[in-house]
Design a protein around this ligand. Sequence first.
Ligand SMILES: Cc1cc2nc3c(=O)[nH]c(=O)nc-3n(C[C@H](O)[C@H](O)[C@H](O)COP(=O)(O)OP(=O)(O)OC[C@H]3O[C@@H](n4cnc5c(N)ncnc54)[C@H](O)[C@@H]3O)c2cc1C
Ligand code: FES
Length: 252
Amino acid sequence: MKFDVQDCTLVGKYRLTPTIYDFRLKNSQLAEITKPGQFTHVLIPGKTLRRPVSVCDVEGDIIRIVFEIRGDGTRILSECEVGSVINIIAPLGNGFNIPKDKKTVFIGGGIGVPPMLYCAEQAGSNSVVINGFRDKSAVILSEDFKKTGCRLIETTDNGTYGINGFVTDPLKEIIDDIDVIFACGPTPMLKNISILAKAHNKPCFVSLEQRMACGIGACLGCAVGIKKSDGSITYKHVCKDGPVFNSEEVDW
Ligand SMILES: Cc1cc2nc3c(=O)[nH]c(=O)nc-3n(C[C@H](O)[C@H](O)[C@H](O)COP(=O)(O)OP(=O)(O)OC[C@H]3O[C@@H](n4cnc5c(N)ncnc54)[C@H](O)[C@@H]3O)c2cc1C
Ligand code: FES
């Protein structure tokens, strides 16, 4: 795993919703080696433990991260102003291996949507993006996904925007026409996508979330159960061995 601990300059800060922020972090060295699906481990002013935040996109020497205020750490991060220096460990994790020659669907749920942007940009126009949100007020990054050239389908749980329902509803309609599925979002969503993928015999890769401490495989803080070929369970690190896993291997 090739990563580094480096300072970045916050060169752009945008508020996408009252609780979701879009940060542009300038660091050419890290931007150059960052792949879709990898994450940054962000040092929060005044906190000992870093917070993991996925890479949403890379544009030249800028790493873009989009995060939601969940607690103290993300709230303090949201208060950083343009020009601040933010220290990150990056790029971390294995990321998604995106095939150029396959029909791919990228599925994001809630704050799992941002990392799918960099993925979708790699895939091009014969791929599909399905993004699901709680309601209209939670919808983010629509214009960015439209620019990728992928077909964009959006859903909301209560029908206030896009298709009324869960991401699995439109997925059922297109799954037979798809070669491979990539997904990031809440665990119940990933589990349901995984069940659907298995039923239709489609390869499916999911990005898992776990609470993290070190972020580099040194503390056992982020263990997840993974099925071995003999049916027994082994434990792997979401930070070092993931966050992306073959959905068939995950012990849901
Ligand atoms: C690999 C990875 C990538 C992530 N990418 C993003 C991202 O792109 N954007 C984003 O907004 N968030 C992302 N997260 C989640 C983010 O790390 C947590 O929301 C953040 O650490 C919370 O810190 P806090 O101090 O604000 O909240 P805390 O006070 O630590 O916790 C507040 C609440 O958030 C929950 N929480 C804390 N950590 C996690 C976690 N890892 N997963 C799920 N719930 C958690 C807690 O259970 C609690 O309910 C990612 C997590 C992982 C593991
Ligand atoms: S967070 Fe320490 S091993 Fe993954």
